[in-house]
Design a binder for this molecule. Structure first.
Ligand SMILES: Cc1cc2nc3c(=O)[nH]c(=O)nc-3n(C[C@H](O)[C@H](O)[C@H](O)COP(=O)(O)OP(=O)(O)OC[C@H]3O[C@@H](n4cnc5c(N)ncnc54)[C@H](O)[C@@H]3O)c2cc1C
Length: 339
């Protein structure tokens, strides 16, 4: 097994706290990764939300755990490197050179996975929103005996949204808008949000302290591939609003490694289409519920999503499942009597 990875991959890891469903922690433990290295493992089952207008309200949510991205990725990568049959090769800078490295594997019938995130380097075509939304996130680390209030809070803005979440030791604040923005403008923006949303900034340290990330695209994008199987954001980068990217990528990786034939690849592609339709539909309803949905930037993004929503295969229910380590249609996976 050949892994083509960037040397010093850790330099590109986003400095922030993310939220994952509790089951993702179980999946990581199953993969042999110790979650205590990147999480306080506290389960959050509610969030403070101001989305459809009015005062912030506490809303019940499915259980999630907050994880520190840098430490999570370091733990996962260390686990990958322990694989006994792994050969590691440095990723070339040029796409053409990368192609020349993978093409011989494709010709020999090997399976090539593209897991390069939004770069989606082996994609034949990529679709992005006409005015993508960018997230600027800040990360604070608690000093000595101080600890943060780690709960998830989110509010819509006229041109995007603002959120925070943390662990006992770190706190992330994110502002997502269609402005890529310079660092100094972001500081002004954050100060303005602090005044407008005191409940969201409660306990957030002053601006000078955090390590600020660069701007990351946070709106949905997808890609089509020929000669490679796309895993995670390389195939469908979900809108960050869904907080589903990590869980879906990890689950998708299990499906991808089960692909051994053209038939499997077709089933994998059918599942990818079903996932895309399902994400776009739930994103469309989330955007529609925003108090600011009539504002220009919300309208433009919502219209892009509405146009992209395709008739899902079947009735929108899952079409492909894993049986052991094999890809099968859901109909084949059902016990007789349930079909
Ligand atoms: C602001 C923000 C907040 C988010 N919050 C959450 C959250 O709370 N919960 C959640 O589940 N998800 C969240 N997400 C989404 C989540 O980050 C992604 O879905 C997830 O990282 C996808 O994993 P991936 O492995 O597919 O891609 P990535 O994590 O992007 O990894 C891609 C890898 O490919 C490497 N690479 C790129 N180009 C090349 C190349 N040419 N050669 C070799 N290697 C290359 C990169 O260096 C990187 O290591 C958020 C996203 C954003 C932007």
């Amino acid at each position: 097994m050949l892994l083509i990875a960037r040397a010093g991959f850790a330099r590109n890891i986003p400095a922030r706290v993310d939220s994952v469903p509790v089951v993702t922690i179980a999946a990581l433990i199953e993969l042999g990764v110790d979650p205590r290295t990147f999480s306080d493992l506290r389960v959050h089952d509610s969030r403070l939300v101001s989305w459809s207008g009015g005062a912030p309200a506490t809303i019940a949510s499915p259980g999630t755990v907050h994880v520190e991205r840098g430490a999570l990725e370091a733990a996962l990568f260390a686990r990958v490197l322990r694989h006994p049959r792994l050969t590691l090769a440095p990723a070339p800078r040029s796409r053409a050179v990368l192609r020349s490295m993978v093409d011989p594997h494709v010709r020999r019938g090997g399976v090539v996975l593209d897991a390069t995130g939004r770069a989606s380097v082996l994609a034949a075509q990529r679709v992005t929103a006409p005015s993508p939304w960018y997230a600027r996130t800040s990360l604070w680390r608690a000093q000595q005996s101080h600890s943060f209030e780690p709960g998830f809070r989110i509010a819509t803005l006229a041109d995007g949204y603002c959120y925070r979440l943390g662990t006992r030791d770190c706190l992330t604040l994110g502002i997502v808008t269609s402005e890529r923005g310079q660092h100094s403008r972001h500081a002004d923006r954050s100060d303005a949000c602090r005044v407008a949303l005191p409940w969201l900034y409660d306990g957030v340290p002053p601006w000078e302290a955090p390590s600020t990330d660069r701007a990351h695209v946070a709106s949905v994008q997808w890609a089509t591939h020929a000669g490679a199987i796309a895993v995670g954001d390389a195939g469908l980068a979900r809108d960050a609003l869904s907080s589903q990217g990590l869980a879906c990528t990890i689950s998708e990786a299990r499906y991808a490694v089960a692909v051994e034939s053209r038939g499997d690849a077709a089933l994998y592609e059918a599942r990818a289409q079903e996932q895309r339709g399902s994400h776009l539909r739930s994103l469309h309803s989330m955007l529609s519920e925003s108090h600011h949905v009539t504002e220009t930037r919300w309208q433009s993004y919502r219209t892009f999503i509405a146009r992209a929503i395709e008739a899902p295969p079947g009735n929108g229910e899952p079409v492909v499942a894993l049986r052991g380590r094999r890809l099968v249609t859901v109909a084949d996976a059902m016990p007789l009597g349930h079909q």
